[in-house]
Ligand binder design. Structure first.
Ligand code: BTN
Length: 238
């Protein structure tokens, strides 16, 4: 059903269970077209910063999208933000009751609670190419399903009050990714900055940010063109 919804320009591998959809695509040979891997369940789902990602069966979207970019790894810094923006735009487009926001750098929020996250794995390849594996975990039909160890979270079902077809949600996200990543390839993060400003969850809120050993506390003031979070500190902007 999903292949029918997204057409043949993207190859899809579907599994009932995998250790991690990101790890699967990291190990697979790149194709000339984008490659998507989805699973109903992950046994070693990974989150950011080495954390694990709890992966109950059939309720969450576990999806990884991989593509080769003719870019140096240093030019890929904004990719995680772009994937978040495109996922949020897909949700907005799909159902006007969904009003996603993005918590820098990679969390998808709905009604002030985490509904999903993005994990990017980058691999430098020969000849100036770089392979990006973009992992998306999105809580879809999670009503009444507790997530151990995760405090404030929500799901699409909790927000719209009905179960959603994960194939339809995925097809919409994949459609936005395949179009939007072409824009990122040509123009980088810049064309996405207005969307970030609109979707920014932290803007004008007090946040603490650790960088190395130091912790900075200030007021979040959006991102700069490189995708770094701007903090207004007592002694000025950082
Ligand atoms: C985070 O919020 O820390 C990011 C979570 C990313 C989870 C997704 S689920 C699909 C893909 N495979 C993984 O092992 N992780 C990502």
């Amino acid at each position: 059903k999903l292949q029918k919804l997204i057409g043949n320009d993207i190859s899809i591998d579907i599994f009932e269970s995998l250790p991690s959809t990101n790890d699967y695509l990291k190990d697979e040979a790149p194709l000339s077209k984008p490659r998507v891997c989805i699973a109903e369940h992950q046994t070693s789902g990974r989150g950011r910063m080495g954390r694990s990602w709890t992966s109950p069966f059939g309720r969450i979207i576990y999806c990884s999208y991989s593509q080769m970019f003719m870019k140096d790894i240093s030019e890929m810094a904004g990719l995680g933000l772009v994937v978040g923006i495109l996922t949020a735009k897909a949700l907005e487009d799909m159902d006007s009751r969904l009003k996603p926001q993005l918590k820098w750098p990679n969390d998808i929020y709905l009604e002030g609670k985490k509904a999903g996250g993005i994990l990017i794995d980058l691999l430098a390849e020969a000849n100036g190419y770089c392979k990006a594996v973009m992992g998306i975990g999105l809580n879809v039909n999670m009503k009444g399903c507790p997530l151990k160890g995760v405090e404030k979270w929500t799901s699409l079902e909790d927000v719209v009050g009905q179960k959603l077809d994960r194939n339809v949600v995925l097809a919409e996200i994949i459609r936005f990714l395949s179009q939007g990543l072409e824009t990122f390839l040509k123009h980088g993060l810049e064309p996405f900055l207005p969307d970030w400003r609109r979707l920014d969850f932290l803007n004008n809120n007090k946040v603490s940010l650790s960088s190395g050993q130091k912790v900075y506390t200030g007021i979040a003031k959006g991102i700069n063109p490189q995708g770094h979070l701007c903090l207004e500190l007592p002694q000025g902007l950082k």
